[in-house]
Design a protein. Structure first.
Length: 476
């Protein structure tokens, strides 16, 4: 990927703490204008290949290939020197570091400091990060022009995706919007240190990645690392209705706090009230600084309204008034896989694609949404396991069974926690004859097609690893 400003070899070494174990033969460049991590990418003669490692890939396996294709420089781990013969690379520059992913982040941090951006925004939370980020982007791009705003695409929110996004900055950008996620202790700290945000937002604290964080206190501790890395006079945007956040952050010295909510707990700065559920949209009354605003949005569910309120506050801090933000988001379309409503008159039912991810909190939010917006329709749930819940997985799936029992007429289930869900359903009095286990596309289609789906809502929800989207044609 081409970058806006050149980086020298000395700058790379200084920011990464790396050492040159091969210094080239004098023909390799000492100034670089391109950084890439995928060996399949095209690159120039002034490029650096960073050999990242993950659970299913090792970029160091491809260092020889990129050198053969003409790359002049590679950043590798010290282990590379033990596992590979570097004797044939005398004309190349090889930089060894302790961790190539950390080196990638260090380069991104240095590069980010080259820019005089107006505002850097970091958004985290257990649910709603991508939706909120996209809403903020919609507001700011309409206010200042798309060329002035950069966001991370999709959910590129980790220690690889965030640096990749930062390296896309150019001289036209004035605002940087980054969602930051985590599934391992310390990631939020590293990401927020890279970004050093002017605005940090925590949407909620929920039961996500409990395999790593154990409980809600662990999730809160991880997300709170964002606050520790906010600069003096920066802004912290919080969900006032989230009990854990409201207890922890009444005040933070040197930080401006703005909050959003429904007015259920601590008094929020921006409050949503008078919700009117309609067929194609939701009517809202928004209160802020003594003024009332009316809004009509294509959002179905309180969890999405929280995202909406958070985005309005961030937009406001960035100079877009609340009324401007509301107008910008009136026709906002949700990202794919997030309560995506698919109406097909020929099928005589409404299909909702919520397959992006699932945890106990987001499942409950989805159920509340379909119950509020479609009270008179039959509910057919196609569910999958909620992953990364650790020791609490069995209990959480049992609780999920009890939770969905009062919302579902029929349930199709895929996953290893079927029996836990079944036990919860049985305790809640659900008719088990209306529960179907499936793990095969043909078997699922056979059972699903036989079911009378007239005047029904079909909600499809499970963790990403369950790949429930392959059982439906959501683009039809």
């Amino acid at each position: 990927m081409k970058i806006e400003y050149n980086l020298t070899l000395d700058e790379i070494l200084n920011c990464t703490g790396g050492k040159t174990v091969m210094a080239g033969d004098g023909t390799a460049p000492l100034v670089f204008n391109e950084i890439f991590t995928d060996s399949r990418e095209e690159f120039s003669k002034h490029s650096i290949f960073i050999a990242l490692k993950g659970k299913t890939f090792n970029g160091e396996d491809f260092v020889g290939a990129v050198f053969k294709k003409g790359a002049p420089c590679a950043i590798v781990s010290w282990n590379f020197l033990e596992n590979y013969d570097i004797g044939g690379y005398s004309d190349k520059i090889i930089i060894a570091v302790d961790d190539t992913t950390d080196a990638y982040g260090s380069i991104a941090k240095m590069y980010l400091n080259r820019f005089s951006l107006k505002i850097k925004i970091a958004i985290t939370g257990s649910c709603g990060k991508t939706t909120t980020k996209d809403m903020v982007y919609k507001i700011l791009s309409e206010k200042y022009g798309a060329q002035a705003v950069l966001k991370n695409l999709y959910n590129f929110n980790n220690l690889i995706g965030v640096p990749k996004t930062i390296l896309e900055l150019n001289a036209n950008h004035e605002f940087l919007i980054l969602e930051i996620g985590t599934n391992k202790k310390g990631e939020i700290k590293k990401l927020s240190e890279i970004i050093s945000p002017d605005i940090g937002a925590i949407i909620n604290i929920g039961k996500s990645h409990l395999l790593e964080f154990k409980d809600l206190e662990g999730v809160l501790e991880e997300k709170s690392a964002l606050v520790s890395n906010l600069k003096e006079n920066s802004y912290l945007v919080l969900n006032a209705d989230d009990e854990m956040l409201s207890k922890k952050y009444h005040t933070v010295p040197g930080i401006n706090i703005l909050s959003f909510g429904f007015g259920q707990k601590r008094g929020a700065d921006i409050v949503c009230g008078n919700i009117e559920y309609k067929k194609d949209h939701t009517g809202l009354t928004i209160g802020f600084k003594g003024k009332k605003y009316s809004a009509n949005v294509k959002l179905k569910g309180d969890h999405l309204i929280y995202d909406f309120l958070c985005a309005l506050l961030i937009g406001y801090i960035c100079g877009a008034g609340i009324d401007f933000g509301i107008k910008a988001l009136e026709n906002f379309d949700l990202p794919d896989g997030r309560m995506q409503v698919i109406n097909d008159a020929a099928k005589e039912y409404v299909l909702i694609n919520d397959t992006y991810n699932s945890n106990p909190d987001s499942l409950k939010a989805s159920l509340n949404s379909i119950n509020a917006y479609y009270p008179d329709k039959k509910k057919i749930l196609v569910l999958g396991d909620m992953l990364e819940l650790g020791d609490s997985a069995g209990a959480e799936h049992f609780n999920a069974g009890r939770e969905v029992a009062n919302s579902a007429d029929y349930i199709f289930y895929k996953g290893d926690y079927y029996n836990n869900v079944k036990e919860g359903l049985m305790e809640a009095g659900f008719d088990i004859n209306k529960l179907f286990l499936f793990d095969d596309k043909d078997i699922f289609k056979e059972k699903f097609l036989k079911l009378d789906k007239k005047n029904s809502i079909v909600l499809v929800k499970g963790s990403r690893g369950m790949k429930l989207e392959k059982y439906f044609d959501f683009n039809a």
